[in-house]
Design a protein around this ligand. Structure first.
Ligand SMILES: [Fe+2]
Length: 229
Protein backbone atom coordinates (compact mmCIF):
# COMPACT_ATOMS: atom_id res chain seq x y z
CA UNK A 1 0.00 0.00 0.00
CA UNK A 2 3.00 2.28 -0.10
CA UNK A 3 1.71 3.33 -3.46
CA UNK A 4 -0.83 5.40 -1.59
CA UNK A 5 1.62 6.93 0.86
CA UNK A 6 1.82 10.20 -0.96
CA UNK A 7 -1.62 11.21 0.12
CA UNK A 8 -3.90 10.89 3.06
CA UNK A 9 -7.49 11.84 2.58
CA UNK A 10 -10.77 11.50 4.34
CA UNK A 11 -13.91 12.28 2.49
CA UNK A 12 -17.48 11.24 2.29
CA UNK A 13 -19.38 9.92 -0.62
CA UNK A 14 -22.74 8.34 -1.13
CA UNK A 15 -23.06 4.88 -2.58
CA UNK A 16 -26.21 3.07 -3.58
CA UNK A 17 -26.85 -0.43 -4.84
CA UNK A 18 -29.33 -0.79 -7.67
CA UNK A 19 -31.46 -3.88 -8.12
CA UNK A 20 -29.09 -5.29 -10.72
CA UNK A 21 -26.32 -5.47 -8.18
CA UNK A 22 -24.19 -2.81 -9.81
CA UNK A 23 -22.50 -0.22 -7.72
CA UNK A 24 -23.59 3.31 -8.53
CA UNK A 25 -21.34 6.11 -7.43
CA UNK A 26 -23.13 9.37 -6.94
CA UNK A 27 -21.25 12.62 -6.83
CA UNK A 28 -21.10 13.67 -3.21
CA UNK A 29 -19.25 16.83 -4.22
CA UNK A 30 -16.49 18.42 -2.22
CA UNK A 31 -17.57 18.70 1.39
CA UNK A 32 -14.54 20.51 2.74
CA UNK A 33 -11.60 22.60 1.66
CA UNK A 34 -9.37 20.68 4.06
CA UNK A 35 -5.98 19.72 2.68
CA UNK A 36 -3.49 17.96 4.90
CA UNK A 37 0.04 19.19 5.46
CA UNK A 38 2.56 18.20 2.86
CA UNK A 39 5.31 17.70 5.45
CA UNK A 40 5.60 14.26 6.94
CA UNK A 41 4.26 14.24 10.47
CA UNK A 42 5.76 12.21 13.33
CA UNK A 43 4.05 9.55 15.41
CA UNK A 44 2.34 10.75 18.55
CA UNK A 45 4.18 9.55 21.69
CA UNK A 46 2.86 6.58 23.64
CA UNK A 47 1.72 8.83 26.50
CA UNK A 48 -0.56 10.89 24.22
CA UNK A 49 -4.13 11.22 25.47
CA UNK A 50 -5.46 9.58 22.29
CA UNK A 51 -3.65 6.37 23.27
CA UNK A 52 -4.92 6.36 26.84
CA UNK A 53 -5.56 2.93 28.34
CA UNK A 54 -9.12 2.75 29.74
CA UNK A 55 -9.30 2.76 33.53
CA UNK A 56 -10.15 -0.30 35.58
CA UNK A 57 -8.80 -3.80 36.05
CA UNK A 58 -8.73 -5.74 32.77
CA UNK A 59 -10.82 -3.06 31.06
CA UNK A 60 -11.53 -3.85 27.39
CA UNK A 61 -9.43 -1.69 25.10
CA UNK A 62 -9.01 -1.26 21.33
CA UNK A 63 -12.72 -1.97 20.95
CA UNK A 64 -13.71 -2.20 17.28
CA UNK A 65 -16.58 -3.47 15.20
CA UNK A 66 -16.92 -4.62 11.63
CA UNK A 67 -19.71 -5.95 9.49
CA UNK A 68 -20.44 -9.62 10.31
CA UNK A 69 -22.36 -10.77 7.23
CA UNK A 70 -23.34 -9.67 3.72
CA UNK A 71 -26.79 -8.35 4.64
CA UNK A 72 -25.95 -6.02 7.52
CA UNK A 73 -27.67 -8.19 10.12
CA UNK A 74 -24.51 -9.13 12.01
CA UNK A 75 -21.65 -7.27 13.63
CA UNK A 76 -18.33 -8.64 14.85
CA UNK A 77 -17.11 -7.02 18.05
CA UNK A 78 -13.40 -7.28 18.89
CA UNK A 79 -11.39 -6.01 21.83
CA UNK A 80 -8.28 -6.62 23.88
CA UNK A 81 -7.83 -7.34 27.57
CA UNK A 82 -4.35 -7.22 29.04
CA UNK A 83 -4.46 -8.33 32.68
CA UNK A 84 -6.10 -11.70 32.15
CA UNK A 85 -8.27 -13.37 29.50
CA UNK A 86 -11.57 -12.35 31.08
CA UNK A 87 -14.96 -12.84 29.48
CA UNK A 88 -15.68 -12.98 25.74
CA UNK A 89 -19.37 -12.39 26.31
CA UNK A 90 -21.16 -9.48 24.71
CA UNK A 91 -24.51 -8.32 26.03
CA UNK A 92 -26.48 -6.30 23.51
CA UNK A 93 -29.90 -4.78 23.23
CA UNK A 94 -31.81 -2.44 20.93
CA UNK A 95 -32.42 1.11 22.10
CA UNK A 96 -35.79 1.53 23.81
CA UNK A 97 -35.79 -2.10 24.80
CA UNK A 98 -34.77 -3.96 27.90
CA UNK A 99 -34.60 -7.27 26.06
CA UNK A 100 -30.93 -8.20 26.27
CA UNK A 101 -29.26 -10.79 24.12
CA UNK A 102 -26.02 -12.53 24.98
CA UNK A 103 -23.35 -13.82 22.63
CA UNK A 104 -20.03 -15.39 23.51
CA UNK A 105 -16.97 -15.22 21.33
CA UNK A 106 -13.46 -16.58 21.56
CA UNK A 107 -9.99 -15.47 22.60
CA UNK A 108 -6.74 -15.63 20.72
CA UNK A 109 -3.20 -14.37 21.29
CA UNK A 110 -0.04 -14.14 19.22
CA UNK A 111 3.67 -13.49 19.61
CA UNK A 112 5.88 -11.61 17.20
CA UNK A 113 9.63 -11.35 17.80
CA UNK A 114 9.86 -9.94 21.35
CA UNK A 115 6.19 -8.99 21.57
CA UNK A 116 3.35 -10.93 23.16
CA UNK A 117 -0.15 -9.71 22.51
CA UNK A 118 -2.91 -9.19 25.01
CA UNK A 119 -6.00 -11.40 24.96
CA UNK A 120 -7.79 -10.70 21.70
CA UNK A 121 -11.55 -11.25 21.81
CA UNK A 122 -13.87 -11.66 18.81
CA UNK A 123 -17.62 -12.11 19.14
CA UNK A 124 -20.31 -12.06 16.44
CA UNK A 125 -23.70 -10.52 17.15
CA UNK A 126 -26.35 -12.00 14.86
CA UNK A 127 -30.01 -11.50 13.92
CA UNK A 128 -29.88 -7.74 14.22
CA UNK A 129 -32.76 -5.57 13.04
CA UNK A 130 -32.04 -3.14 10.22
CA UNK A 131 -31.81 0.59 10.79
CA UNK A 132 -31.63 0.17 14.54
CA UNK A 133 -29.45 1.47 17.32
CA UNK A 134 -27.97 -1.22 19.52
CA UNK A 135 -26.02 -0.90 22.74
CA UNK A 136 -23.39 -3.46 23.58
CA UNK A 137 -21.53 -4.14 26.80
CA UNK A 138 -18.28 -6.06 27.28
CA UNK A 139 -15.78 -6.83 30.03
CA UNK A 140 -18.00 -8.88 32.32
CA UNK A 141 -16.43 -10.05 35.57
CA UNK A 142 -14.04 -7.13 35.68
CA UNK A 143 -14.46 -3.64 34.20
CA UNK A 144 -17.39 -3.31 31.81
CA UNK A 145 -17.66 -0.77 29.04
CA UNK A 146 -20.72 0.03 26.92
CA UNK A 147 -20.82 1.30 23.33
CA UNK A 148 -23.41 1.49 20.57
CA UNK A 149 -23.79 1.16 16.82
CA UNK A 150 -26.50 1.64 14.20
CA UNK A 151 -27.28 -1.17 11.78
CA UNK A 152 -27.53 -0.39 8.04
CA UNK A 153 -30.85 -0.11 6.22
CA UNK A 154 -32.47 -3.17 4.67
CA UNK A 155 -30.79 -4.10 1.39
CA UNK A 156 -32.85 -2.92 -1.57
CA UNK A 157 -32.93 -0.81 -4.71
CA UNK A 158 -31.87 2.79 -4.27
CA UNK A 159 -31.25 2.50 -0.54
CA UNK A 160 -28.92 5.31 0.49
CA UNK A 161 -26.09 4.81 2.94
CA UNK A 162 -23.28 7.23 3.68
CA UNK A 163 -19.76 5.86 3.87
CA UNK A 164 -16.58 7.45 5.06
CA UNK A 165 -13.32 6.64 3.34
CA UNK A 166 -9.92 6.84 5.00
CA UNK A 167 -6.64 5.32 3.94
CA UNK A 168 -3.09 5.32 5.26
CA UNK A 169 -4.19 6.69 8.61
CA UNK A 170 -1.19 5.87 10.79
CA UNK A 171 -0.81 7.46 14.24
CA UNK A 172 0.92 10.77 13.66
CA UNK A 173 -0.33 14.18 14.72
CA UNK A 174 -1.80 14.48 11.21
CA UNK A 175 -3.59 11.14 11.70
CA UNK A 176 -5.38 12.68 14.66
CA UNK A 177 -6.33 15.71 12.57
CA UNK A 178 -7.62 13.44 9.80
CA UNK A 179 -9.80 11.34 12.11
CA UNK A 180 -11.13 14.46 13.85
CA UNK A 181 -11.88 15.98 10.46
CA UNK A 182 -13.94 12.92 9.56
CA UNK A 183 -15.78 12.99 12.89
CA UNK A 184 -16.55 16.71 12.61
CA UNK A 185 -18.00 16.49 9.12
CA UNK A 186 -21.67 17.49 9.31
CA UNK A 187 -22.45 14.69 6.83
CA UNK A 188 -22.02 11.77 9.18
CA UNK A 189 -20.57 8.61 7.71
CA UNK A 190 -22.37 5.49 8.88
CA UNK A 191 -19.69 2.98 7.93
CA UNK A 192 -16.02 3.47 7.18
CA UNK A 193 -14.59 2.01 4.02
CA UNK A 194 -11.02 1.68 5.21
CA UNK A 195 -8.75 1.30 2.23
CA UNK A 196 -5.68 0.00 3.99
CA UNK A 197 -2.40 0.81 5.67
CA UNK A 198 -3.20 1.10 9.32
CA UNK A 199 -0.68 1.48 12.13
CA UNK A 200 2.69 1.82 10.31
CA UNK A 201 4.18 -0.23 13.14
CA UNK A 202 6.53 -1.69 10.53
CA UNK A 203 8.52 1.54 10.64
CA UNK A 204 9.90 0.39 13.99
CA UNK A 205 12.45 -2.30 14.84
CA UNK A 206 10.76 -5.72 15.03
CA UNK A 207 7.60 -3.97 13.77
CA UNK A 208 7.07 -2.85 17.34
CA UNK A 209 3.61 -4.32 17.87
CA UNK A 210 2.95 -1.99 20.78
CA UNK A 211 2.26 0.45 17.96
CA UNK A 212 -0.60 -1.78 16.84
CA UNK A 213 -2.02 -1.51 20.34
CA UNK A 214 -1.68 2.26 20.44
CA UNK A 215 -3.30 2.48 16.99
CA UNK A 216 -6.18 0.33 18.21
CA UNK A 217 -6.73 2.62 21.16
CA UNK A 218 -6.46 5.68 18.91
CA UNK A 219 -9.18 4.63 16.46
CA UNK A 220 -11.53 3.13 19.07
CA UNK A 221 -13.34 6.44 19.37
CA UNK A 222 -14.70 5.85 15.85
CA UNK A 223 -14.53 2.13 15.16
CA UNK A 224 -16.23 1.12 18.41
CA UNK A 225 -19.33 2.94 17.15
CA UNK A 226 -19.38 2.29 13.41
CA UNK A 227 -18.04 -0.63 11.35
CA UNK A 228 -14.77 -0.13 9.57
CA UNK A 229 -14.71 -2.52 6.65
FE1 LIG B 1 0.54 3.85 3.14
Amino acid sequence: MRFYSCFLVAFLCVLAFDDGGFLLLSNGGITSSYVRNEEKSVDMPFDSDVFKVPQGYNAPQQVHITQGDHEGKAIIVSWITVDEPGSSTVLYWPRNSTKMVQATGHITTYTYYNYTSGYIHHCTLEDLESNSTYYYEIGFGHTTRTFWFVTPPEVGPGVPCTFGIIGDLGQTYDSNTTLTHYEMNPVKGKTMLYVGDLSYADHYPYHDNRRWDSWGRFVERSVAYQPWI
